[in-house]
Design a binder for this molecule. Sequence first.
Ligand code: NAP
Length: 410
Amino acid sequence: MSASAILKEPKQGEPITMKGDRLQVPSKPIIPFIEGDGIGVDLWPASRRVLDAAVEKCYGKKKAIAWYEVFAGEKAQSRYGADQALPSETLDALKKYRVSIKGPLTTPVGKGIRSLNVTIRQKLDLYACVRPVRWFEGVPSPVKHPEKLNVTIYRENTEDVYAGIEWAAGSHEAEQLAAYLKDKLNAALPEGSAIGIKPMSSKNSKRLVRAAIRHALLRKLPSVTLVHKGNIMKYTEGAFKDWGYEVAKDEFAKQTVTEASGEAPNGRLVIKDRIADSMFQQALLRPEEYSVLATPNLNGDYLSDACAAQVGGLGMAPGANIGDGIGVFEATHGTAPKYAGQDVSNPGSLILSGAMMLEYLGWTEAADAVIKAMSSTIKAKTVTYDLERQMTGAQKLKCSEFASALIRNL
Ligand code: NAP
């Protein structure tokens, strides 16, 4: 079947464009969505209702989203063929329309098959994985003061050990590389080693830190912390830290000051750094001292889940993958297949990712409205099963009922 026969662009709405380095968002932007596998079928309709209601509540008929369904995962396979879990026209649409949102996707199991999420990030060069972590009053948390943690994590998405450059122990490639390292660079590895490469570049580290600094400046936040393991890996992790300071100095000299300088910030953004293991302690012991964390890939992977768990919200933490003038907003959990189609799962992660998306469009009133509705709905103890089972005296709502409660609380 021809590609154009499958995707149906909306008849109304206009694409988001770029002018210089700024998004130009029309009053009715076309926004592609991927429903997602498993519980995506429950979460997406619930999320869409809440996002549409928030936009209508804030802007009446002046603004609206022209949703455009594109396919990935099982829905794509059933339409395009078993080997087409991520059709090229879906990627083209995500690229063309610049801002999109997706539910969770099953990672196909099998040798040589890459995660669809990783493929989307790489193909669209979505170099920053952005995870805001905040506590919503009433959500059960393992710590005494979850409200003190309110950070946004900018995690590098394209390199470090996630670049996927590795060879199995005993493979011809690993043996060859080991021989080269031993003969030419005097670096002998234990016999039969598997080998992975950890590339970290100045260009990609700098653009990540630049995005984190811009985020903090735009929101008048107090600090950006470069998280690294540079005491041990000096030329990769240590360089990440150095490049981060360089960006601040070369591009944001007037708006920033380093913690190490000892100068009073006087309204400027403080740039500081922490060694990764210490950052895990700090997140628990002095969370209020951090607002934006910029991290290489692997540190950020661990840290974002640890922080989300600290506020009790691993199942409802939002996320986005952002590049230059392009963003894919997504639920951070998986497809929870055993609950698919039962209308019981928590749509919080996808809805809060939608709020991030509204903010990215510059529709901050609608984004704030969603977050406030989320706060008051959880505070009222009207929640889905996953939170209800941890709270005393809560009322258990279905996924769709939770969305309706949010809409009432907008
Ligand atoms: P998962 O789908 O996140 O589910 C694990 C458990 O987390 C669920 O059984 C459920 O716990 C809880 N959970 C997740 N989402 C929830 C929600 N919205 N509301 C309430 N509870 C929720 O992890 P998985 O079982 O390891 O992965 C399943 C598939 O998802 C795999 O194919 C994996 O590759 C994929 N995946 C996709 C993404 C993505 O697309 N971004 C991310 C991670 C995993 P209880 O059973 O305790 O209620």
